[in-house]
Design a protein around this ligand. Structure first.
Ligand code: CTP
Length: 410
C-alpha cells in the first residue's frame, strides 16, 4: 500500500470507534489517509483523534471556506486512490444509492469516479429491511465494493448480521482493491464476442457424490443437463465461464474452464478459487448432507447381520455462502430450487433465506420428467415476483436465462 492515498469516510455508529485503529493499520502499511467525518460520526469519535492518527487534518464540513476555494470536495476525491466508507451506516448507504449530496461525505461520494469500498455497520433489522437490501443491490450494480458486515452481538443487545468487519479485515479488503487480481483468461480464440464479453460467470452443475466408503456414495438424480446448457449459453454470449461440475451424465461444454469435483465441500472450494466473478449461477444439485463417519476402507459385512449406522452431517450451503457475504458476492447471484410441492412459496422463501437475486424454480415431482429429462418448466422468482416460463427445451431455458443475465450485468 506504499504511497497509496485512502480517503476514509467515517459514518455515525458505534463502529466509528474502530476508525482510529483502522487508520493506524493503514499508516503502518505505508498508506496516506485523509479522514472525513460525518456529523453523526462525530458523535462517536472526534476530528481531532482522526487528524492526529492520520497525520493530516480531518475534514468534516462541506462549507470549509479555505479548501472550498480550491473546489475542496472535488480535490479530496481526485487525490485518492480509493475511497473507503467505514462504518457505512444504513443512512449513508441510502444516500449513496440515491445520489444524495447534502453533506461533505455524500458529496464526495457523488463527485468521485474512484473505486469505493464500504464496510456496512448497522442494527440487524435495519440490515435486513427491504429498503436497505434494495439499496445494497443498487450499490452492487453501481460497482461499489463491500467488506462485511459480520454476524455477532450488536451494541443494541441483539444478535445477527450488521457488525462492521474488524479493521484487519477491512485492511485486507483494501489491499485486494489496490492490487487488482489478474484474470485467468481463456485463449482469445475460445472467447466469443457478445453481450457478456469481458464478464466472468461461475456456474455450478450436476450432482455431488458424498462418499460412504471408497466404493459407495450418496448421490441424486441430477444429470447436469440444465447447468451445462446454461454454461454453453453464457459462453455463446461472450462470457468467460468457470464451470464447476459434479459427476454429471452430460459432458461439459467446450470453451469453458471446467473444474471437476465430487463432493459439496470440494465444490465450495472450487467456487471460492474461481472468485471474483460478475455473476454466479448455482445450478448444481448439491447434497444437503454428507456422511459424518465415512470410512477410509471399504466397509465389510461382519457376519452378525447387523447393518452399519450411517451418521449424516450438513454440507455447506454454497449458494447462501456466496450470496450472504458481501466481500465475495458477485453482482448477480442466481439460485435454483428443485421442489416437489408448493413450488412458488418454497422458492420465494429460499430466495430470501439464501440471499440470492433470482431463483429459477422447477417442479421435480415424479411424472414431470424434468429431472434427467430434456425439457424444463421453470418459474423465475425475482424481487418483483414470480414469472412462469412455458415448458421448453433445457437449451431454450438456458438461452433465455443467459439473455436475462446479460440484461442485468452485460
Ligand atoms: N445449494 C447449494 N449448496 C447446498 C445446497 C443447495 O449451493 N449445500 C444451492 C443449489 O445449487 C440451488 C439452491 O441452493 O441453487 C437450492 O437448492 P435446493 O436443493 O432446492 O435447496 P435446499 O438447500 O436443499 O433447500 P431445502 O432443503 O429447503 O429444499
Amino acid at each position: 500500500m506504499n504511497g497509496k492515498r485512502i480517503l476514509l469516510i467515517v459514518g455515525g455508529g458505534i463502529a466509528a470507534m474502530k476508525a482510529p485503529a483502522l487508520i493506524r493499520l493503514l499508516r503502518a502499511e505505508g498508506a496516506a489517509v485523509t479522514p472525513v467525518l460525518t456529523q453523526a460520526g462525530a458523535q462517536f469519535t472526534t476530528a481531532m483523534t482522526l487528524s492526529v492518527l492520520a497525520g493530516e487534518a480531518a475534514h468534516d464540513s462541506l462549507w470549509d471556506i479555505a479548501s472550498e476555494a480550491e473546489i475542496g470536495h472535488i480535490q479530496l476525491s481526485r487525490n485518492a486512490d480509493l475511497i473507503v466508507v467505514a462504518p457505512a451506516t444504513a443512512d449513508l448507504l441510502a444516500k449513496m444509492a440515491h445520489g444524495l449530496a447534502d453533506d461533505l461525505a455524500s458529496t464526495l461520494l457523488l463527485a468521485t469516479d474512484k473505486r469505493v469500498l464500504v464496510a456496512p455497520a448497522m442494527n440487524v433489522r435495519m440490515w435486513h429491511h427491504p429498503a436497505t437490501q434494495r439499496n445494497l443491490r443498487t450499490l452492487r450494480d453501481d460497482g461499489i465494493g463491500f467488506v462485511g458486515p459480520e454476524d455477532g452481538d450488536m451494541a443494541c443487545g441483539e444478535y445477527g448480521t450488521g457488525r462492521m468487519s474488524e479493521p484487519e479485515a477491512i485492511v485486507q479488503a483494501i489491499r485486494d482493491e489496490l492490487t487488482p487480481q489478474p484474470l485467468k483468461l481463456l485463449p482469445e480464440a475460445q472467447v466469443r464476442t457478445g453481450a457478456l464479453s469481458g464478464r466472468h460467470v461461475i456456474v455450478t452443475s450436476g450432482p455431488t457424490h458424498e462418499p460412504i466408503d471408497p466404493v459407495r456414495y450418496i448421490a441424486n438424480r441430477s444429470s447436469g443437463a440444465q447447468g451445462t446448457a446454461i454454461a454453453a449459453a453464457l459462453r455463446d454470449m461472450g462470457a468467460r465461464v468457470s464451470f464447476v461440475t459434479g459427476p454429471a451424465e452430460v459432458p461439459p461444454p467446450e470453451g469453458v474452464e471446467v473444474i471437476r469435483v465430487q463432493t459439496a465441500r470440494q465444490m465450495r472450494d472450487a467456487v471460492e478459487a474461481a472468485l471474483p466473478a460478475d455473476a454466479a449461477v448455482m445450478a448444481a444439485a448439491v447434497a444437503d448432507w454428507r456422511i459424518r463417519n465415512s470410512s477410509a476402507r471399504k466397509m465389510k459385512k461382519d457376519g452378525t447381520g447387523k447393518a452399519p449406522v450411517l451418521e449424516m452431517t450438513e454440507n455447506p450451503d454454497i449458494l447462501a455462502w456466496i450470496s450472504l457475504a458481501e466481500s465475495r458476492r458477485p453482482r448477480l447471484v442466481v439460485g435454483f430450487a428443485a421442489e416437489t410441492n408448493d413450488v412458488i412459496a418454497h422458492a420465494t422463501d429460499k430466495r430470501l433465506r439464501k440471499g440470492c437475486d433470482w431463483i429459477v424454480a422447477n417442479d421435480v415431482s415424479e411424472g414431470t420428467g424434468i429431472m434427467g429429462g430434456t425439457e424444463n418448466a421453470v418459474t423465475v422468482i425475482t424481487e418483483e415476483g414470480a414469472e412462469e416460463w412455458p415448458r421448453m427445451a433445457k437449451d431454450a431455458v438456458a438461452r433465455r436465462l443467459a439473455q436475462r443475465i446479460a440484461g442485468a450485468i452485460g
